[in-house]
Design a protein. Structure first.
Length: 346
């Protein structure tokens, strides 16, 4: 997610993938060599452990902007009840490699950090999870060795203790090292066993189980909450059937989700991320009804486009939007449509 007015996530660097290495994709599944050795997925129908505010089986994630880029400025208390996981964007890099810090922006309308912390507690009382997101399109956080992994983990745990965050969202769009990010997240999990861990990779980052993002997700799948891939600002991408799909339609959402669903993640760990309005991203916005159709297609095999998965995934976690602020600027249309639908999934 970017902080400029009409950008979100990686719009400054759209990418198109016309083809993947021959043999990497199989019909309705992508299983590269070594995937079977990544560890067993959670038992069917059993979601991984989640945070202090228990994440529902079907959950809606929304990013809350800690800055003003032309969208509606809002406090956490202004968010509709539809959001189950609220990702506070963003924690920023410090001068120490791997370390991050969070500073509340006065542009959000908060008079003090204590007011912000009180709103986090209020969300907890409502059964919501509030996590801190790291990175964004302009983020410069690097976790690439033992020292930076330790610094990252220590700083995230410190922020959880200070603000009451339930966990962390990994939205690193300028490179990710699976070895050391896994080490950092394992360290956090060892200290906070109920941590909520989400990810928001770009489409290119989840095209194969050999990518650093996908490897990280598989490495931590025993406690990973959800991967809400960004189905936008990407251009055309390959689906799990090896065909190329253009962004902006139901097939793009379902055929790309299938890669994760057949690549080793539990359905409870897969979510669909879309912009809340045309202004929220450079490209790839779809109407909320397209998101609900895609969820129906994946969960029940209905409302599909030309691509129809060979399996049904009734346990699919749900959906994500960038951002709650852009959604508010658009009359909360996304949350009002997608939220009830997600919560009504089987």
């Amino acid at each position: 997610m970017a902080r400029a007015r009409f950008l979100s996530h990686s719009y400054a660097r759209p990418r198109v993938l016309a083809a993947v290495t021959a043999g990497a994709l199989t019909l309705c599944g992508l299983l590269t060599a070594g995937a079977a050795d990544a560890g067993a997925a959670p038992a069917a129908g059993k979601a991984p452990a989640v945070g202090a505010s228990a994440v529902p089986a079907h959950a809606v994630t929304g990013y809350w902007q800690n800055f003003d880029n032309g969208a509606t400025t809002q406090k956490l208390s202004d968010l509709p009840d539809d959001y189950d996981i609220i990702a506070v964007a963003f924690a920023d890099a410090t001068g120490t490699p791997g370390q991050v810090d969070f500073k509340l922006d006065p542009a959000t309308g908060y008079g003090s950090e204590e007011d912000f912390k009180a709103d986090i507690k209020a969300k907890h009382d409502e059964g919501k999870s509030v996590i801190v997101s790291v990175g964004g399109e302009k983020g410069a956080v690097s976790v690439a060795d033992e020292a930076s992994a330790g610094a990252f983990a220590e700083s995230i745990v410190s922020l959880m203790d200070e603000y009451g965050f339930d966990g962390v969202d990994i939205d690193l769009e300028n490179g990710l090292n699976s070895t050391y990010m896994t080490k950092a997240l394992d360290d956090i999990h060892s200290k906070k066993s109920d941590v909520v861990v989400t990810m928001a990779p770009q489409t290119i980052d989840m095209q194969s189980t050999s990518t650093e993002y996908f490897k990280t997700a598989l490495n931590i799948k025993d406690y990973l909450t959800v991967v809400n891939m960004q189905y936008y600002n990407s251009g055309s991408m390959n689906g799990c059937d090896g065909k190329t799909y253009a962004q902006g339609g139901v097939d793009f959402l379902t055929a790309l989700a299938c890669i994760q669903l057949e690549g080793g993640l539990d359905p409870s760990q897969v979510g669909i991320g879309t912009p809340a309005s045309p202004s929220a991203a450079g490209s790839g916005h779809v109407e909320p009804g397209v998101v609900t159709d895609a969820l129906d297609c994946l969960a029940e095999g209905t409302n599909c486009g030309s691509f129809k998965p060979e399996k049904k995934y009734p346990g699919i976690r749900g959906a994500m939007t960038w951002s709650t602020n852009w959604d508010a600027a658009n009359g909360n249309k996304w949350a009002g449509t997608v939220g009830p639908h997600v919560h009504g999934l089987p």
